[in-house]
Each structure stands twice: as C-alpha cells, then as structure tokens.
Write a protein that binds this ligand. Structure first.
Ligand SMILES: [Mn+2]
Length: 355
C-alpha cells in the first residue's frame, strides 16, 4: 500500500525524493513565486526554503517575491514575525518556482532567466512546467502549501510552530477556508496540526480577523447613516447611499444587513460612479441578473459605460450627474420590472450627494 494513501499524494513520495536529489546539485538556490504574492505563495516559498535548508548543509537559499507581497500576506507575515525572511535574493544557480504558473508572473527585472529551474505548483495549467528540470505539478491539490506540507511529512521534517501556522494560512487562503479542500488538504492539515494543536486556530484567526483601517470604518458608517430605504412591491428592500470612498465595503455592509439591492453613488470632480449590489434572494426570485441589468439600463439612458455580474455591477459617467435624475431612473428601471418603488425612509443621501 502506498504510504500516503490513494489521494493523489502517492505520486509525491517519488517526486519529493527526486526534488531533493536535484537540489543537492546546486550550492545556491532561489525560491520564487507569482507577482503580488498571496498567503499560499508566501507560505509555500518559505516552506520549500525550510525544507531545502534542513536537508542540504551549506546551501545558500534565498527568496524572490516579484512585485512584493499582497496586503493579507503582509499582515500574516508580520504577526508571525517573518519580516526578516523576505529579503530578495539577487543571485542563485537554481530557481524553484513555487505556486507560479506563467512566465509573466515570475518575471523579475535584474534576475536573468534561462537558468535551471524546478516547478512546484497546483494550478490547472502551468506554462513553466514544460522546460523545467523537474516539475512537481499536482493540479489535484488545492494549494501549494499542502504540497509542501506533504513533502515535509514524506521527508520526515517538522516545521516549527510559526511555519506550520503560516502553511495553514496558505491552505486556508487557497481553499477559501476549506470550502475548496481536497483529501490531500486534510492530510496536510493533519500533519501540520499533529504536533501543534493551537496552530490551526491561530491560522484561522489570522485569516478571518479583518483589521479595517480608520478611513474605511468612517466611510462605511457615514454611508450607512445617510442611506435612503425604499421598498420594491413590499417584497424587497432597496438601499441607496452616497459615499466618496470604500464603496464596496459600504455595499457589502448594506447587503449583509438585509438590503436586496444596494446602490452607492460617488460623485468625484467631473465624473459619477454608480455601484450596484444585489442579494442572492432577489436574483433567484426575479431570475434575472439584476445588478448588471440596472447598470446597463442606466448606462444607456445616461450615456455612460457600465457592466458587471448578476450580483455586482458598476457604471461610470464622465460628468457629475444630477442625483434626483439617477433616483428617477432607478425607480423607472424597477417599474419596468413590474415593481413599485415606495419610500420607507428618505435618508440624507440625496442632500449629501448634492452638496
Ligand atoms: Mn496557490
């Protein structure tokens, strides 16, 4: 029986050994990932570096993050104390591309290409794999972090608490908190949490705590406080507001609070932006892509450009629109759908948008 069971993981046992054999031929190795590295990218790079340094003495191992690390990954690295591990390497004779699937993602000015490289990835397609010295391309796995965790298990290497937690955040990020998990994901999590039971909770709280900055908090609270509320045929609630920033967060809050359609209008100098969100309920009941339909309708009437999806859409006008005219069009749109718009509470949004 295969050591790691029949989860697509068995293949990895062979590949992990091959990888170590390959790495042993080089004295300086860089681990590189995709642009704007997310938690899975960062965790798998640092995990692969740990693996290499643990097995090969005197190797020089460095990391490369093209265009840096994204916001959520930065927050995680900081809380776990990994800031010092991010200094970009400038020279190496082997590159290991981890969680990167295309050439454009890994292009780093100043680091020449064309040298030997290895690929470790889980994306559906990988254009780097073809010319790689060795390619560990397992598209059945939900994250690059779990590939690394499983290789650590195969090679009998124990990550410390910090690295185990980081790898779990990578797994949680790519699996959308396990919604997209595969059997290999749980196998990897078992290994990572076996000797660190608190690591999972720590990673989960790092992933779910949404530290909101002051300007966003103020924008959301202002947006809500001036919202106008309307009813569509007594069936649905329409919320309209006017904000200058963080429109997406304002709309998310309105929908989470029970609005079926939420609209944020943002007037900037010389332009108007209209952001629309629709609840899953209204989309299902009306069986129409309500957000994009509304935006398309307004764009046609007002001469702007707009588009989006059933639940989220946006419109841009190259002038400062009259807010009452926008309200009239919204009402007209719903009237054409056979829905009467009645006022529940005017709110202060019209005034705020006009001043
Ligand atoms: Mn990934």
């Amino acid at each position: 029986m295969n050591y790691l069971g029949d989860t697509g993981v068995g293949e990895l046992t062979k590949l992990a050994r091959k990888l170590v054999d390959t790495l042993r031929n080089y004295s300086s190795i860089c681990f590189c990932t995709h642009r704007d590295a997310d938690p899975d990218a960062v965790a798998s790079v640092l995990g692969a570096k740990f693996m290499t340094e643990s097995l090969i003495s005197n190797v020089r191992a460095g990391v490369i993050f093209p265009e840096g690390v994204n916001r959520v990954a930065t927050k995680i690295l900081k809380s776990l104390g990994f800031e010092k591990d991010l200094t970009t390497a400038t020279s190496c004779d082997l590159i290991v591309y981890v969680d990167a699937s295309s050439k454009s993602q890994v292009f780093v000015p100043g680091v020449e290409s064309g040298r030997d490289y290895v690929v470790i990835d889980h994306h559906e397609t990988n254009e780097l794999a073809e010319n790689a010295l060795l390619s560990i391309h397992l598209k059945g796995m939900a994250s690059a972090s779990e590939i690394i965790a499983l290789m650590l298990e195969i090679l009998s290497l124990k990550p410390d608490t910090r690295l185990a937690t980081l790898l779990i955040t990578g797994i949680l990020y790519d699996t959308k908190n396990l919604r997209l998990a595969k059997p290999s994901t749980f196998r990897a999590l078992y290994y990572l949490t076996e000797s660190c039971s608190e690591c999972f909770n720590e990673a989960l709280s790092l992933m779910t705590s949404t530290e909101v900055d002051r300007s966003e908090k103020i924008a959301v609270l202002k947006g809500i406080s001036r919202t106008g509320l309307y009813e569509l045929n007594k069936d649905f609630i329409l919320a309209l507001t006017c904000v200058g920033a963080h429109e997406a967060s304002v709309l998310k809050t309105l929908i989470a609070s029970g609005a079926d359609v939420a609209i944020a209008i943002s007037l900037r100098s010389g332009e108007t932006r209209v952001y629309v969100r629709a609840s899953q309920k209204i989309i299902e009941v009306l069986k129409s892509p309500i957000a994009s339909d509304l935006v398309t309708y307004m764009a046609r009437e007002l001469g702007g450009s707009g588009g989006g999806h059933e639940g989220a859409a946006g419109l841009l006008l190259n002038y400062e629109a009259n807010v009452n005219e926008l309200l009239r069009l919204v009402k007209q749109f719903f009237a054409r759908q056979g829905m009467k718009v009645s006022v529940l509470e005017e709110g202060r949004w019209v005034d705020k948008c006009s001043s």
